[in-house]
Write a protein that binds this ligand. Structure first.
Ligand SMILES: [Mn+2]
Length: 334
């Protein structure tokens, strides 16, 4: 694998070389993580806009991504497995996914791949022609924005800028979980554009929740239970849909960590959020989800303050594993 070890601009040069070579050899699908969130979809479509041989594709568009793509007329190809990919592939780019299983289908073998990601942990396997571009940024769209600014500034049309900004705003929790450098990136995306920031945020966040979803969120809130786990307070609940949103709402009550689980067809999914205070005092939800996977199977990962796990055990087993992992972590006073 070609691991980028140099400066950020060196990494972007390496990325540009990889992309040029791959695109000269054939089509280059830019594949999204299967959650289809705004960061992965925004990254894929914006990057794909820089070369006619690239095409953004993936299994699924999340709620916000779907609306944004429709309203911006952004091209995205929905696929169901690798046989839907073009036949003359010069390389495959995967954006904002911490492992192959997060794409939701098996990649064709023997094709050079490039991973562009910002997750804390990842479990990709590499061969010699592969490239990993990983940066400690708040959203993968930040990496794409910097790549386009340095190497393909004409790609930065108004819709592309909106996609990049939408990914950054949603992944950073509207600039609550970001590094200070994200403001520079946001400034660069907004410079020389007609985007009016405040109206853009309002447009982005005006997602319609229907009455049954509202009912589901409300039930989830009514079922919530608070638990002390070692040095930490956890609020946890379960629901059938919109786990991320429920976890965010519950965290607003003031506990260190919120945990929401959902079980469907024998598969349990954990979604957790932690306050900035908790992460700076020692909590990494990404590490907790990874160790749950080591202990009871399944797959987990994410970021220090937002992470998830999926596996084939019942809800109580998964929740207990999470709570006991949290208990082991000492609170470091800072
Ligand atoms: Mn992301």
């Amino acid at each position: 694998m070609i691991q980028d070890t140099g400066s950020e601009s060196d990494s972007l040069v390496t990325l540009n070389d990889w992309i040029e070579k791959a695109c000269s050899n054939g089509a280059v699908p830019v594949i999204t993580g299967m959650n289809g969130d705004m960061d992965t979809v925004g990254s894929a479509i914006s990057l794909a806009a820089s070369n006619p041989n690239m095409m953004a594709c993936g299994l699924h568009l999340g709620r916000i991504s779907k609306r944004v793509c429709v309203e911006l007329g952004a091209p995205f190809r929905k696929i169901s497995n690798s046989s839907d990919l073009p036949s003359n592939i010069g390389g495959i780019i995967i954006v904002d996914a911490a492992s192959e299983s997060q794409i939701g289908f098996d990649l064709p073998e023997g094709i050079p791949k490039c991973i562009i990601d910002h997750h804390e942990s990842n479990s990709w396997q590499f061969s010699n022609s592969d490239l990993m571009i990983k940066m400690d940024v708040s959203a993968t769209t930040e990496i794409i924005a910097r790549y386009l600014i340095n190497h393909s500034s004409t790609t930065l049309t108004e819709p592309v800028r909106k996609l990049l900004l939408a990914g950054l705003i949603t992944d950073s929790g509207r600039f609550k979980h970001n590094t200070k450098h994200s403001f520079t990136t946001a400034h660069e995306i907004l410079s020389d554009s007609e985007i009016e920031y405040a109206s853009f945020v309002e447009w982005l966040e005006s997602s319609e929740i229907n009455s049954s979803e509202r009912g589901s969120l409300l039930n989830g809130m009514q079922r919530a239970k608070a638990t002390e786990s070692g040095d930490w307070s956890i609020i946890h609940s379960y629901c059938g849909t919109l786990e991320g949103r429920l976890a965010g709402l519950l965290l607003g009550i003031g506990h260190d960590i919120s945990l929401v689980s959902r079980t469907r067809n024998g598969e349990t999914r954990l979604t957790a959020r932690a306050t900035k205070n908790a992460t700076s005092q020692g909590i990494s939800l990404a590490e907790i989800m990874t160790s749950i996977a080591q202990q009871i199977g399944g797959e987990g990962g994410g970021h220090a303050g937002a992470a998830g796990w999926t596996g084939n055990v019942d809800r109580i087993t998964a929740e207990s594993s999470f709570i006991s992992n949290v208990a082991k972590i000492p609170r470091e006073s800072k």
